[in-house]
Design a protein around this ligand. Structure first.
Ligand code: PMP
Length: 304
């Protein structure tokens, strides 16, 4: 990874190497932190960097902090401003992945509520190859943590240990990613992305009460499917065996964007190639995030 010059640390713009947290902080000891993953898309024609759905990411970061009872909650209006300031300080003119984190610093134990500290990084991240080629996935034998144990709706750093178990099992078994079942045995999501199936032309995705993160990309996809592609997507409980009945499947998320899934548990999804609806959705999605279509400008915050 090429290192950007600056990071926001404790709210200030500092050189990359100076952004350090103490080993005794609750953030290090217990994973007491919440974060967001956001993308900025470079539009060559406009010579502009657009941050996608910044307001929605800030709203979720506020929710995550409040659910974790952080004190003080770091003001997300300020976080949005600092995010844009960081992109300008680093003179970013390419597609980036932005990660604002609010963590619990100080010397407390696992229930410490503060002091809170804001850090933001923005690192270049071009389109991954798997978006074009598709990927394989395994239904994990690890269960998605239930909302009664630790809410996956809160984007907390510690949640990603559940993701880690599934992702590493998948990797060691020769798959590119994993799909979690939840406590009820229904499909939930991937380690860092949501899931859609297409059955007989109808897009289907696990409902937001399936122990998933309330993904902003998932919400975007639902809206684009309805408004741009004339489909009527369903949000409902989805059984594992429906994976075998689907003609198409894809992951979606800020990092994974729209990634086709072409094989699950060694079986081809549909004919094992990237399906036509997935392809059409990718085209619309990438146009929207780059602010190339009218009507979605509100989702695209210009940096320059
Ligand atoms: N689920 C999980 C567990 C995730 O980590 C992510 C990535 N943030 C997503 C879904 C997708 O969420 P979003 O579309 O808001 O990036």
């Amino acid at each position: 990874m090429s290192r950007p010059r600056f990071v926001i640390f404790d709210g200030e713009i500092v050189p990359w190497d100076e952004a350090r947290v103490h080993v005794f902080s609750p953030a290090v000891k217990y994973g007491a932190g919440v974060f967001e993953g956001i993308r900025g898309y470079w539009n060559e024609e406009h010579e502009q960097l657009y941050v996608f759905r910044l307001a929605e990411h800030m709203q979720r970061l506020d929710y995550s902090q409040r659910m974790m009872r952080f004190e003080p909650v770091v003001d997300v209006g300020m976080i949005a401003d600092r995010t844009l300031a960081l992109l300008r300080a680093n003179e970013v003119r390419e597609t980036v992945h932005i990660r604002p984190t609010v963590l619990v610093d100080g010397e407390g134990e696992s229930s410490a509520q503060g002091p809170t500290l804001l850090a933001i990084t923005a690192v270049p991240r071009p389109l991954p190859e798997r978006v074009k080629t598709g990927c394989s996935a395994q239904v994990s034998s690890w269960e998605r943590v239930s909302d009664r144990a630790m809410p996956m709706r809160v984007k907390a750093n510690a949640n990603y240990n559940n993701a880690r178990f599934a992702a590493l099992q998948a990797k060691h078994d020769g798959y590119e990613s994993a799909i979690f079942l939840n406590r009820n045995g229904k499909l939930a999501e991937g380690p860092g992305m949501c899931l859609f199936l297409v059955r007989d032309g109808i897009p289907i995705t696990p409902s937001i009460t399936s122990d998933i993160l309330e993904s902003i990309t998932r919400a975007t996809v639902l809206e684009l499917l309805r408004d741009r592609l004339g489909r009527a997507p369903l949000e409902r409980d989805v059984d594992r065996s429906e994976l075998g009945a689907a003609q198409e499947a894809f992951f979606c998320g800020t990092g994974w964007e729209i990634t086709p899934i072409t094989r699950i548990d060694g079986m081809p999804v549909g004919d094992g190639t990237v399906g036509p609806l997935t392809r059409e959705l990718q085209r619309v999605y990438f146009d929207v995030v780059h602010n190339r279509v009218a009507g979605y400008g509100e989702w695209c915050t210009p940096v320059w």
